[in-house]
Write a protein that binds this ligand. Structure first.
Ligand code: FA5
Length: 366
């Protein structure tokens, strides 16, 4: 039989023993429960709420449990304290590991923070040659020209023959043509070529049989040439007007109108006599240099830059298109789109090949 004091000592011993065991069991259970939940974490948001649940300073599960440690006997306190710290360390390490794993996955879905400003997407723009083509079309549309489209893979007939350059004519050499067929494959149309100029659209337009004509033909053209001012693929724009009583002053007025709109009011034009088989008389069109304004400089040498060919449509070409040259007359001109763009005031592009190198450092400037 225990004495009263022995009973109280024993009773307090048992109580303390139980509270110590209970504390250890609770810490182990907490660790296991936390671990199970941690294994299921898939996002930083979930991770944050897990951390709050267990470690929040006021209401974290571990924080509350540690407050219960007061019930543990003093002499057992260091052992329980040590265990509690180990559990806390385990929790903290685990949270850190999950966090860095989620970060490494760089999972934008899980890392999504709706409060952050959006990422600005790069916006592209039209290539400068396309910009120039649009501008040129618009300028001519304003005075009643309609844009037509003709094949880039063209027949010899439309590129040369119908333009008063029969087979074997030496004038053809100037067009440095790429041929698709070695020999003619069609009796009338000859062999296929990559069209070397937009003038190949002239007779095609006339063949439609609709008069008067006021058209532009802007297209890719091809020649066996390459240097700072020549590209094997380049663009030309052609103007063709056929009506009654058309004369050189109409040609000059139209060219002048285009130059002032595209290059600026301060630019002048000059028609220099030249020879084309398909126009008579023929001219080369020069514009006053945008750098020295006609005085002469390193770029232009003598104050003028050559940009186009032009002239009054040759009677033989009208005939090839089924038009009576005694009733109708017309003018035509053909310009290089790239050359025009390069000569636009303020743009210092000194090599045509820069336009086609696809170097974004160049393209993004325009
Ligand atoms: C012609 O091609 C004639 N068809 C123009 C014409 C049309 C004359 C209508 C009369 C009536 P030319 O070969 O000069 O002409 O070329 C015209 C323009 O195209 C040149 O002034 C130049 O600006 C451009 N050009 C010619 N070859 C190239 C090339 N390889 N690279 C870039 N631009 C070129």
């Amino acid at each position: 039989m225990l004495t009263k004091s022995q009973f109280w000592d024993y009773n307090s011993y048992i109580t303390k023993l139980f509270s110590l065991k209970k504390m250890k069991a609770k810490l182990e259970a907490l660790k296991k429960e936390f671990n199970d939940e941690a294994e299921k974490i898939k996002s930083l948001v979930d991770l944050e709420s897990l951390e709050n649940k267990y470690l929040s300073r006021k209401s974290g599960v571990l924080t509350l449990l540690m407050k219960e440690m007061k019930s543990v006997p003093k002499e057992e306190m260091p052992a329980v304290g040590k265990l509690a710290n180990e559990v806390k360390q385990f929790l903290t390490n685990k949270l850190e590991t999950i966090k860095s794993n989620l970060g490494n996955k760089n999972n934008s879905d899980t890392a999504f923070d709706p409060t952050l400003p959006g990422t600005e997407q790069p916006v592209g723009h039209l290539h400068m040659v396309s910009q120039a083509i649009r501008e040129i079309s618009g300028i001519f549309e304003d005075i009643g020209f309609q844009r037509e489209r003709y094949p880039e893979v063209e027949w010899d007939y439309y590129g040369f023959e119908a333009l008063n350059m029969p087979a074997g004519h030496p004038a053809r050499d100037e067009w440095e043509t790429f041929f698709i067929d070695r020999e003619p494959i069609n009796k009338k149309l000859g062999q296929r070529i990559l069209t070397p100029h937009t003038s190949s659209g002239q007779v095609r337009e006339m063949e439609k049989g609709e008069l008067p004509i006021r058209m532009t033909n802007i297209s890719k053209t091809y020649r066996r040439q390459i240097d700072a001012s020549h590209s094997p693929m380049f663009h030309q724009f052609e103007g063709l007007v056929i009506d009654k009583d058309i004369n050189i002053s109409h040609l000059k007025g139209t060219v002048e109108y285009f130059v002032k709109r595209f290059f600026g009011e301060d630019r002048e034009i000059r028609l220099r006599p030249h020879h084309f088989q398909f126009t008579e008389p023929s001219f080369e069109v020069d514009i006053s240099c945008g750098v020295c304004h006609g005085k002469g400089c390193k770029l232009c040498k003598e104050g003028w830059l050559e940009l186009a060919g032009a002239g009054m449509v040759h009677p033989n070409v009208l005939k090839a298109g089924g038009i009576d040259p005694k009733v109708y007359s017309g003018f035509a001109f053909g310009w290089g789109v790239e050359r025009c763009y390069m000569m636009k005031s303020g743009l210092n592009i000194d090599d045509i090949r820069l336009l086609y190198k696809n170097d974004l450092r160049v393209i993004n400037q325009f």
